[in-house]
Design a protein around this ligand. Sequence first.
Ligand code: LLP
Length: 414
Amino acid sequence: MTPFALKNGQLCAEAVTFSDIAERFGTPCYVYSRAALEAALDEFHQELIGVDSLVCYAVKANSNLAVLNVFAQRGAGFDIVSTGELKRALAAGATPKKIVFSGVGKSKSEMEFALSVGILCFNVESAPELDRLNEVAAHLGKKAPISLRVNPNVDAKTHPYISTGLKENKFGVAYEDALKLYQHAASLPNLEIVGIDCHIGSQLLDPAPFAEALDKILLLIDQLAAKGIHLHHIDLGGGLGIQYKDEQAPTVKSYLQPLLKKLKDRSLKILLEPGRRLVGNAGVLLTQVEYLKPGEVKNFAVIDAAMNDLARPSLYDAWHNIVPVVPRSGKSINWEVVGPICESGDFLGHDRPLSIEPGDLLAIMSVGAYGMAMSSNYNTRPRAAEVMVDQSQVFLVRRRETVEDLLALECLLP
Ligand code: LLP
């Protein structure tokens, strides 16, 4: 599905032109396509028909309430990593029994809140976390449902910053320690072992490491069963990649089929935690060219979006396509597309062949995941507005911040 396409010489989001959106909501502005969000989730659900399963959208990728609500309405569960994300999911209509709680640093109060809400499972990432959760649950007179996040030590072959399943990563418990830790968990009265979890990395373009990880986890499940520890579910995490440029992203089918095959004769419910794959290509950052600064060595196009709006290029050297909203016929020259922030690392794209003039609108593509969610107020820049397009309608789903919003949290010394 291509929610963002040229129609009559104008880039559109579904049936709405980006020019129209810029006029109504200003720039920079994140624009999401409802149809694209739904299609991305449906692609998973389609492959899982008849399979005892739950797709838990990883809220961290894009936590806008309207986005969460679209998924909640279609029956998705959620993978959260903080009380903040849990409250968001609930505010968006999530069912608590469809929520899993990941993350290496769950605080006592986060555990208390999640226990009081009655979530599906805590994905526990260390021995001390097991003990802490047991204590907190005892205090509340509850049993905490748990999985251990096991680190299968497979190479996800992705960017080192977003690879998480290797031994040297901070995530999960070592594969070799898992059996012992499960036995410890089984001895704790206020924990109930319900599953096992792994997440090996993000933006994976080869499905093979997922299958490799699953083989290792299945081996562990058998060892656990031999010790009398029986699991109800297996959570295979997120990580399926998307197309940003010319890379070939696997279909959900080619990702899931080998996994489902391995799981066919096991009576295990399957949980998945996709983030990027559900939202990445459903979002665009709409921005305007402020100034052109052609130079001897480089040509700079200064736009009104910056690294505070979209950190991925600066942070990971990530490549996002940048396209004019109303393409010009003139000759293209190469531009360094940069923001107004006072850092040389504030770029959105290097060496982009574009035919542009000041005032032109540009669309930065594939930013639905880890775009707005990782934005900041650096340089006291109010965060962008977010809108959701639904066919020919556009809804404001987060108003643009004002400087007053930012100052309101601070005060002078008495
Ligand atoms: N589950 C867990 C436990 C995770 O840590 C993550 C992502 C996901 C699921 C979702 O992964 P996904 O399906 O989105 O790959 N900021 C980076 C990505 C960081 C991913 C962190 N964990 C980026 O912009 O590329």
